[in-house]
Write a protein that binds this ligand. Structure first.
Ligand code: PGA
Length: 250
């Protein structure tokens, strides 16, 4: 049995004080979500304060990105151990906004995944097709390239620890959720691909989240699907009542 995981991606929002307040609300809401894993990803500047504020709660903290080098002359970058130092257990890697606006590639995603695993951070690796790619029937090809590239030369026992987030780019922040059928179809494809490349055991253990306009209204249906193990939530994770309802999906 895979443990469900709901992760909130706060993107470039919230001051430190606002982030701490929201984190405390999430931590309260998570007490009723027994058996589920809940993670929040504030901005870098708020990580340490948020971790401190919810220390001892069941809610984990994630970075929204990292760099693969340990330290040195890399102005503006954040090293894996710096995230650990700020209290992180997880890190989002390869979000479509990083791919679209900041030149993230499958190769850089792969380096980051390895660097995260090396210090014991759980990577949440994002994949997903653009609307044009879906319309050209290239969804599976794009996902396959992103998974093979992002997970290149990982060992099966590393892959089983990963979290993969399928986020169709056309569904992110647009209010257009993939239907449960569309989502499950890609999730099943990802699990089969992981089985083919890394073996069945890793495929059974790897958790695959859906992301893209997840709301209190659609979470229950999404979570009914066999290969959807949780959600990566953007907009709705900034509203305490909405995120509380999503964490407590039925
Ligand atoms: P959204 O964002 O829930 O606002 O669509 C999801 C994401 O980008 O992870």
């Amino acid at each position: 049995m895979r443990r469900s995981l709901i992760a909130g991606n706060w993107k470039m929002n919230k001051t430190i004080a606002e982030a701490v307040d929201l984190a405390r609300e999430v931590s309260r809401a998570a007490t009723t979500a027994a058996g589920r894993e809940v993670v929040i990803a504030p901005t870098f500047t708020a990580l340490a304060s948020v971790s401190e504020a919810i220390r001892g709660s069941v809610v984990g903290v994630a970075g929204q990105d990292l760099f693969w080098e340990e330290k040195g002359a890399f102005t503006g970058e954040i090293a894996p151990l710096m995230l650990k130092d700020a209290g992180c257990s997880h890190v989002i890697i390869g979000h479509s906004e990083r791919r679209q606006y900041f030149g993230e590639t499958d190769d850089s995603v792969c380096r980051k995944v390895k660097a995260a695993l090396a210090v014991g951070l759980t990577p949440i690796i994002c994949v997903g097709e653009l609307l044009s790619e879906r319309e050209e029937n290239r969804t599976f090809a794009v996902i396959e390239r992103q998974i093979r590239g992002g997970l290149d030369s990982l060992a099966a026992d590393q892959v089983e620890k990963l979290v993969i987030a399928y986020e169709p780019v056309w569904a992110i922040g647009t209010g257009k959720t993939a239907t449960t059928v569309q989502a499950e179809e890609v999730h099943r494809f990802i699990r089969r691909l992981v089985a083919e490349v890394f073996g069945k055991a890793a495929a059974e253990k790897v958790r695959i989240l859906y992301g893209g306009s997840v709301t209190p209204e659609n979470i229950d249906d999404l979570m009914k699907e066999a290969d959807i193990d949780g959600a990566l939530v953007g907009g709705a994770s900034l509203k305490p009542e909405s995120f509380a309802r999503i964490i407590n999906f039925t």
